[in-house]
Design a protein around this ligand. Structure first.
Ligand code: PEP
Ligand code: MN
Length: 368
Protein backbone atom coordinates (compact mmCIF):
# COMPACT_ATOMS: atom_id res chain seq x y z
CA UNK A 1 0.00 0.00 0.00
CA UNK A 2 1.55 3.30 -1.06
CA UNK A 3 0.62 6.38 0.94
CA UNK A 4 2.17 9.81 0.43
CA UNK A 5 3.52 11.87 3.27
CA UNK A 6 1.43 14.94 4.07
CA UNK A 7 4.11 17.30 2.74
CA UNK A 8 3.72 15.68 -0.70
CA UNK A 9 -0.03 16.18 -0.95
CA UNK A 10 0.40 19.43 -2.87
CA UNK A 11 -1.89 21.41 -0.56
CA UNK A 12 0.70 23.33 1.45
CA UNK A 13 0.60 21.16 4.57
CA UNK A 14 3.57 19.73 6.44
CA UNK A 15 4.23 17.87 9.70
CA UNK A 16 2.18 19.45 12.53
CA UNK A 17 -0.41 20.58 10.01
CA UNK A 18 -3.24 22.70 11.33
CA UNK A 19 -6.70 22.55 9.79
CA UNK A 20 -9.23 24.82 11.47
CA UNK A 21 -12.62 26.30 10.78
CA UNK A 22 -16.24 26.04 11.74
CA UNK A 23 -18.10 22.81 12.32
CA UNK A 24 -20.56 24.05 9.66
CA UNK A 25 -20.54 26.70 6.98
CA UNK A 26 -23.59 28.69 8.11
CA UNK A 27 -23.56 31.95 6.12
CA UNK A 28 -21.09 33.47 3.69
CA UNK A 29 -20.19 36.21 6.22
CA UNK A 30 -19.63 33.72 9.04
CA UNK A 31 -17.37 31.58 6.86
CA UNK A 32 -15.54 34.57 5.42
CA UNK A 33 -14.91 36.30 8.74
CA UNK A 34 -13.79 33.10 10.47
CA UNK A 35 -11.50 32.19 7.55
CA UNK A 36 -9.84 35.61 7.36
CA UNK A 37 -9.21 35.60 11.12
CA UNK A 38 -7.67 32.16 10.77
CA UNK A 39 -5.48 33.35 7.93
CA UNK A 40 -4.28 36.19 10.19
CA UNK A 41 -3.05 33.65 12.75
CA UNK A 42 -1.28 31.58 10.10
CA UNK A 43 -3.85 28.85 9.38
CA UNK A 44 -4.15 28.23 5.65
CA UNK A 45 -6.35 25.14 5.51
CA UNK A 46 -9.94 25.84 6.53
CA UNK A 47 -12.38 23.10 7.49
CA UNK A 48 -16.12 23.67 7.03
CA UNK A 49 -19.01 21.24 7.09
CA UNK A 50 -21.13 21.72 3.99
CA UNK A 51 -23.25 18.58 4.31
CA UNK A 52 -23.81 17.73 7.97
CA UNK A 53 -24.75 14.17 8.97
CA UNK A 54 -27.02 14.85 11.95
CA UNK A 55 -28.22 12.22 14.36
CA UNK A 56 -31.86 13.33 14.24
CA UNK A 57 -33.85 14.74 11.31
CA UNK A 58 -34.95 18.40 11.23
CA UNK A 59 -31.64 19.59 12.62
CA UNK A 60 -29.41 21.89 10.54
CA UNK A 61 -28.03 19.65 7.79
CA UNK A 62 -25.68 22.10 6.10
CA UNK A 63 -25.98 24.54 3.22
CA UNK A 64 -24.74 22.13 0.54
CA UNK A 65 -24.10 23.59 -2.91
CA UNK A 66 -24.72 27.14 -1.73
CA UNK A 67 -21.83 26.81 0.73
CA UNK A 68 -19.56 25.40 -2.01
CA UNK A 69 -20.08 28.69 -3.89
CA UNK A 70 -19.05 30.65 -0.76
CA UNK A 71 -15.95 28.47 -0.52
CA UNK A 72 -15.07 29.23 -4.16
CA UNK A 73 -15.47 32.96 -3.56
CA UNK A 74 -13.37 32.94 -0.38
CA UNK A 75 -10.68 30.85 -2.04
CA UNK A 76 -10.47 33.33 -4.90
CA UNK A 77 -10.29 36.34 -2.62
CA UNK A 78 -7.93 35.03 0.07
CA UNK A 79 -5.93 32.17 -1.46
CA UNK A 80 -6.99 29.97 1.47
CA UNK A 81 -7.55 26.25 0.97
CA UNK A 82 -10.57 24.26 2.14
CA UNK A 83 -11.40 20.83 3.52
CA UNK A 84 -14.95 19.49 3.68
CA UNK A 85 -16.77 16.29 4.62
CA UNK A 86 -18.22 14.06 1.89
CA UNK A 87 -20.73 11.30 2.55
CA UNK A 88 -21.68 10.05 -0.93
CA UNK A 89 -20.44 10.10 -4.56
CA UNK A 90 -22.47 13.21 -5.41
CA UNK A 91 -20.69 15.12 -2.64
CA UNK A 92 -17.36 13.97 -4.07
CA UNK A 93 -18.20 15.16 -7.61
CA UNK A 94 -19.46 18.53 -6.40
CA UNK A 95 -16.54 19.07 -4.03
CA UNK A 96 -13.99 18.31 -6.74
CA UNK A 97 -15.90 20.44 -9.27
CA UNK A 98 -15.78 23.37 -6.85
CA UNK A 99 -12.02 22.91 -6.29
CA UNK A 100 -12.17 21.85 -2.67
CA UNK A 101 -8.62 20.96 -1.59
CA UNK A 102 -9.14 18.11 0.88
CA UNK A 103 -12.09 15.80 1.49
CA UNK A 104 -12.84 13.78 4.59
CA UNK A 105 -15.12 10.88 5.36
CA UNK A 106 -17.04 11.39 8.61
CA UNK A 107 -17.20 8.93 11.48
CA UNK A 108 -20.73 7.76 10.66
CA UNK A 109 -19.82 7.06 7.03
CA UNK A 110 -16.59 5.20 7.85
CA UNK A 111 -18.75 2.72 9.74
CA UNK A 112 -20.52 1.84 6.45
CA UNK A 113 -18.38 -0.18 4.00
CA UNK A 114 -20.78 0.28 1.04
CA UNK A 115 -20.72 4.06 1.46
CA UNK A 116 -16.93 4.10 1.68
CA UNK A 117 -16.65 1.88 -1.41
CA UNK A 118 -18.91 4.24 -3.40
CA UNK A 119 -16.86 7.23 -2.28
CA UNK A 120 -13.66 5.39 -3.25
CA UNK A 121 -15.04 4.66 -6.75
CA UNK A 122 -16.03 8.31 -7.13
CA UNK A 123 -12.50 9.38 -6.15
CA UNK A 124 -10.74 7.04 -8.61
CA UNK A 125 -8.13 8.96 -10.63
CA UNK A 126 -8.33 12.09 -8.45
CA UNK A 127 -5.31 13.55 -6.68
CA UNK A 128 -7.38 15.35 -4.06
CA UNK A 129 -6.29 14.14 -0.61
CA UNK A 130 -8.89 12.31 1.45
CA UNK A 131 -8.93 11.79 5.21
CA UNK A 132 -10.79 9.01 6.95
CA UNK A 133 -12.23 9.66 10.39
CA UNK A 134 -12.31 6.69 12.74
CA UNK A 135 -15.71 4.97 12.82
CA UNK A 136 -17.98 5.90 15.73
CA UNK A 137 -17.45 2.46 17.26
CA UNK A 138 -13.99 1.33 18.40
CA UNK A 139 -13.34 -1.08 15.53
CA UNK A 140 -9.86 -0.71 14.08
CA UNK A 141 -10.63 -3.17 11.25
CA UNK A 142 -13.43 -0.95 10.00
CA UNK A 143 -11.11 2.07 10.04
CA UNK A 144 -8.31 0.16 8.28
CA UNK A 145 -10.82 -1.31 5.83
CA UNK A 146 -12.05 2.14 4.82
CA UNK A 147 -8.47 3.28 4.20
CA UNK A 148 -7.80 0.14 2.13
CA UNK A 149 -10.89 0.77 -0.01
CA UNK A 150 -9.37 4.15 -0.95
CA UNK A 151 -5.84 2.90 -1.57
CA UNK A 152 -7.25 -0.05 -3.55
CA UNK A 153 -8.58 2.34 -6.20
CA UNK A 154 -5.09 3.83 -6.49
CA UNK A 155 -5.34 6.85 -4.18
CA UNK A 156 -2.08 7.70 -2.40
CA UNK A 157 -2.97 10.98 -0.70
CA UNK A 158 -4.84 9.34 2.12
CA UNK A 159 -4.78 10.19 5.84
CA UNK A 160 -6.58 9.28 9.04
CA UNK A 161 -8.39 11.47 11.56
CA UNK A 162 -8.74 10.27 15.14
CA UNK A 163 -11.94 11.76 16.60
CA UNK A 164 -12.61 9.33 19.43
CA UNK A 165 -15.29 6.69 19.95
CA UNK A 166 -18.79 7.01 21.26
CA UNK A 167 -19.57 5.27 24.51
CA UNK A 168 -22.73 4.42 26.34
CA UNK A 169 -21.05 5.33 29.62
CA UNK A 170 -20.84 8.99 30.62
CA UNK A 171 -17.18 10.00 30.38
CA UNK A 172 -15.12 13.16 30.78
CA UNK A 173 -15.02 13.68 27.03
CA UNK A 174 -17.86 13.50 24.49
CA UNK A 175 -16.04 10.64 22.77
CA UNK A 176 -13.56 8.30 24.42
CA UNK A 177 -10.15 8.83 22.80
CA UNK A 178 -8.81 5.24 23.10
CA UNK A 179 -5.41 6.49 21.93
CA UNK A 180 -4.17 2.92 21.59
CA UNK A 181 -6.45 2.31 18.60
CA UNK A 182 -4.94 5.24 16.71
CA UNK A 183 -1.44 4.15 17.68
CA UNK A 184 -2.21 0.61 16.47
CA UNK A 185 -3.47 2.04 13.17
CA UNK A 186 -0.21 3.95 12.80
CA UNK A 187 1.75 0.79 13.58
CA UNK A 188 -0.06 -1.20 10.88
CA UNK A 189 0.20 1.58 8.27
CA UNK A 190 3.39 3.33 9.22
CA UNK A 191 3.24 5.95 6.45
CA UNK A 192 -0.31 7.10 7.07
CA UNK A 193 -0.54 10.74 8.16
CA UNK A 194 -2.51 10.76 11.42
CA UNK A 195 -4.43 13.86 12.44
CA UNK A 196 -6.15 14.37 15.78
CA UNK A 197 -9.57 16.00 16.04
CA UNK A 198 -9.57 17.17 19.66
CA UNK A 199 -12.85 19.04 19.12
CA UNK A 200 -14.96 15.93 18.53
CA UNK A 201 -13.13 13.98 21.22
CA UNK A 202 -13.59 16.78 23.76
CA UNK A 203 -17.14 17.93 23.11
CA UNK A 204 -16.22 20.94 25.20
CA UNK A 205 -13.72 23.70 24.37
CA UNK A 206 -11.99 23.57 27.76
CA UNK A 207 -10.31 20.26 26.85
CA UNK A 208 -8.99 21.20 23.40
CA UNK A 209 -5.55 22.21 24.61
CA UNK A 210 -4.81 19.13 26.71
CA UNK A 211 -5.95 16.79 23.93
CA UNK A 212 -3.93 18.65 21.30
CA UNK A 213 -0.80 18.49 23.47
CA UNK A 214 -1.34 14.77 24.03
CA UNK A 215 -1.61 14.25 20.25
CA UNK A 216 1.64 16.15 19.70
CA UNK A 217 3.33 14.07 22.41
CA UNK A 218 2.20 10.95 20.56
CA UNK A 219 3.78 12.30 17.36
CA UNK A 220 0.58 12.92 15.38
CA UNK A 221 1.02 14.70 12.05
CA UNK A 222 -1.53 17.41 12.67
CA UNK A 223 -4.69 18.72 14.28
CA UNK A 224 -8.12 19.61 12.97
CA UNK A 225 -9.79 22.06 15.36
CA UNK A 226 -13.29 23.49 15.10
CA UNK A 227 -13.05 27.27 15.15
CA UNK A 228 -15.88 29.77 14.82
CA UNK A 229 -16.05 33.57 14.98
CA UNK A 230 -18.84 33.26 17.58
CA UNK A 231 -18.77 29.72 19.03
CA UNK A 232 -21.62 30.17 21.52
CA UNK A 233 -23.99 30.90 18.68
CA UNK A 234 -22.76 28.22 16.28
CA UNK A 235 -25.49 26.26 14.52
CA UNK A 236 -23.80 22.94 15.35
CA UNK A 237 -21.30 21.77 17.98
CA UNK A 238 -21.41 25.13 19.82
CA UNK A 239 -19.87 23.81 23.06
CA UNK A 240 -16.67 22.55 21.48
CA UNK A 241 -15.71 25.35 19.08
CA UNK A 242 -13.11 27.98 19.93
CA UNK A 243 -12.57 31.47 18.55
CA UNK A 244 -9.61 32.13 16.24
CA UNK A 245 -8.06 34.12 19.14
CA UNK A 246 -8.28 31.13 21.49
CA UNK A 247 -6.92 28.87 18.77
CA UNK A 248 -3.99 31.20 18.33
CA UNK A 249 -3.19 30.84 22.06
CA UNK A 250 -3.56 27.08 21.93
CA UNK A 251 -1.12 26.90 19.02
CA UNK A 252 1.36 29.24 20.73
CA UNK A 253 1.36 27.14 23.90
CA UNK A 254 1.66 23.73 22.26
CA UNK A 255 5.02 22.06 22.72
CA UNK A 256 6.25 20.24 19.64
CA UNK A 257 8.85 17.63 20.41
CA UNK A 258 10.96 15.87 17.83
CA UNK A 259 11.00 12.10 17.55
CA UNK A 260 14.74 12.01 18.02
CA UNK A 261 17.81 14.09 18.71
CA UNK A 262 21.22 13.93 17.11
CA UNK A 263 22.87 15.04 20.37
CA UNK A 264 25.58 12.50 21.29
CA UNK A 265 25.01 12.69 25.10
CA UNK A 266 21.30 12.20 24.58
CA UNK A 267 21.88 9.16 22.36
CA UNK A 268 24.39 7.58 24.77
CA UNK A 269 22.24 8.09 27.84
CA UNK A 270 19.10 6.87 26.06
CA UNK A 271 21.03 3.81 24.87
CA UNK A 272 22.07 3.03 28.50
CA UNK A 273 18.54 3.39 29.80
CA UNK A 274 17.13 1.21 27.02
CA UNK A 275 19.69 -1.46 27.80
CA UNK A 276 18.43 -1.47 31.40
CA UNK A 277 14.84 -1.77 30.14
CA UNK A 278 15.85 -4.71 27.91
CA UNK A 279 17.48 -6.43 30.90
CA UNK A 280 14.45 -5.92 33.10
CA UNK A 281 12.08 -7.15 30.37
CA UNK A 282 14.21 -10.26 29.91
CA UNK A 283 13.99 -10.92 33.67
CA UNK A 284 10.23 -10.32 33.61
CA UNK A 285 9.93 -12.93 30.85
CA UNK A 286 12.12 -15.42 32.70
CA UNK A 287 10.12 -14.93 35.90
CA UNK A 288 6.88 -15.33 33.94
CA UNK A 289 8.16 -18.62 32.54
CA UNK A 290 9.08 -19.80 36.06
CA UNK A 291 5.67 -18.71 37.31
CA UNK A 292 3.97 -20.64 34.51
CA UNK A 293 5.95 -23.78 35.36
CA UNK A 294 4.64 -23.57 38.93
CA UNK A 295 1.11 -22.92 37.60
CA UNK A 296 1.43 -26.18 35.64
CA UNK A 297 2.63 -28.05 38.71
CA UNK A 298 -0.34 -26.73 40.67
CA UNK A 299 -2.62 -27.75 37.78
CA UNK A 300 -1.32 -31.33 37.94
CA UNK A 301 -1.65 -31.39 41.70
CA UNK A 302 -5.26 -30.14 41.54
CA UNK A 303 -6.02 -32.72 38.87
CA UNK A 304 -4.67 -35.55 40.99
CA UNK A 305 -6.68 -34.33 43.98
CA UNK A 306 -9.80 -33.63 41.87
CA UNK A 307 -9.99 -29.96 42.85
CA UNK A 308 -11.40 -27.15 40.63
CA UNK A 309 -9.07 -24.93 38.63
CA UNK A 310 -10.62 -21.68 39.83
CA UNK A 311 -10.99 -20.81 43.49
CA UNK A 312 -12.73 -17.57 44.24
CA UNK A 313 -10.98 -17.17 47.58
CA UNK A 314 -7.55 -17.46 45.93
CA UNK A 315 -8.36 -14.83 43.31
CA UNK A 316 -9.66 -12.54 46.08
CA UNK A 317 -6.43 -13.00 47.99
CA UNK A 318 -4.34 -12.35 44.85
CA UNK A 319 -6.16 -9.14 44.01
CA UNK A 320 -5.99 -7.81 47.56
CA UNK A 321 -2.31 -8.54 48.16
CA UNK A 322 -1.24 -7.36 44.68
CA UNK A 323 -3.22 -4.16 45.14
CA UNK A 324 -1.47 -3.35 48.39
CA UNK A 325 1.93 -4.30 46.93
CA UNK A 326 1.24 -1.91 44.05
CA UNK A 327 0.39 0.86 46.49
CA UNK A 328 3.50 0.20 48.57
CA UNK A 329 5.65 0.40 45.45
CA UNK A 330 4.01 3.55 44.12
CA UNK A 331 2.50 1.74 41.14
CA UNK A 332 -0.95 2.40 39.71
CA UNK A 333 -3.04 -0.30 41.43
CA UNK A 334 -5.72 -0.42 38.73
CA UNK A 335 -3.05 -1.06 36.12
CA UNK A 336 -1.40 -3.79 38.20
CA UNK A 337 -4.73 -5.52 38.84
CA UNK A 338 -5.50 -5.45 35.10
CA UNK A 339 -2.09 -6.96 34.44
CA UNK A 340 -2.69 -9.63 37.05
CA UNK A 341 -6.10 -10.46 35.61
CA UNK A 342 -4.32 -11.27 32.35
CA UNK A 343 -1.73 -13.39 34.18
CA UNK A 344 -4.38 -15.16 36.22
CA UNK A 345 -6.54 -15.85 33.14
CA UNK A 346 -3.55 -17.30 31.30
CA UNK A 347 -2.82 -19.51 34.32
CA UNK A 348 -6.42 -20.72 34.46
CA UNK A 349 -6.44 -21.53 30.74
CA UNK A 350 -3.20 -23.50 31.17
CA UNK A 351 -4.64 -25.43 34.13
CA UNK A 352 -7.89 -26.09 32.22
CA UNK A 353 -5.88 -27.70 29.44
CA UNK A 354 -4.09 -29.83 32.02
CA UNK A 355 -7.41 -30.85 33.62
CA UNK A 356 -8.84 -31.90 30.29
CA UNK A 357 -5.85 -33.81 28.95
CA UNK A 358 -5.49 -37.48 29.96
CA UNK A 359 -2.67 -38.03 32.47
CA UNK A 360 -0.75 -40.41 30.15
CA UNK A 361 -0.62 -37.72 27.45
CA UNK A 362 0.62 -35.12 29.93
CA UNK A 363 3.29 -37.48 31.20
CA UNK A 364 4.32 -38.16 27.57
CA UNK A 365 4.74 -34.39 27.04
CA UNK A 366 6.98 -34.21 30.08
CA UNK A 367 4.49 -32.23 32.04
CA UNK A 368 4.29 -34.41 35.10
C1 PEP B 1 -17.53 17.15 11.93
O1 PEP B 1 -16.33 17.09 11.63
O2 PEP B 1 -18.15 18.21 12.11
C2 PEP B 1 -18.23 15.87 12.18
C3 PEP B 1 -19.52 15.71 11.92
O3 PEP B 1 -17.43 14.98 12.72
P1 PEP B 1 -17.55 13.39 13.03
O4 PEP B 1 -17.76 12.73 11.71
O5 PEP B 1 -16.22 13.14 13.63
O6 PEP B 1 -18.69 13.22 14.00
MN1 MN C 1 -18.64 19.21 14.32
Amino acid sequence: MKIDSIKDWGVGLEKHAIIAGPCSAETEEQLYETSVKLKDIGVNMIRAGVWKPRTRPNMFEGKGLEALKWIQNIKKETGLRFAIEVANPKHVYEAIKHNVDILWIGARSTASPFVVQEIAEAMRGSDVPILVKNPVNPDIALWLGAIERLTNVGLTRVGAIHRGFSSFKKTKYRNVPMWQIAIDLKSSLSEIPLICDPSHIAGSREFIFELSQKAMDLDYDGLIIETHRDPQNAWSDAAQQVTPEVLSNILKNLKYRSTSSADQDYLTHLGDLREQIDQIDRELFELTAQRMAIVEEIGMYKKKNNVTVFQKSRWKEISETRKSWAQELGLNDEFMIELFKLMHNAAIRRQETIMNTPLEDLEKDGNS
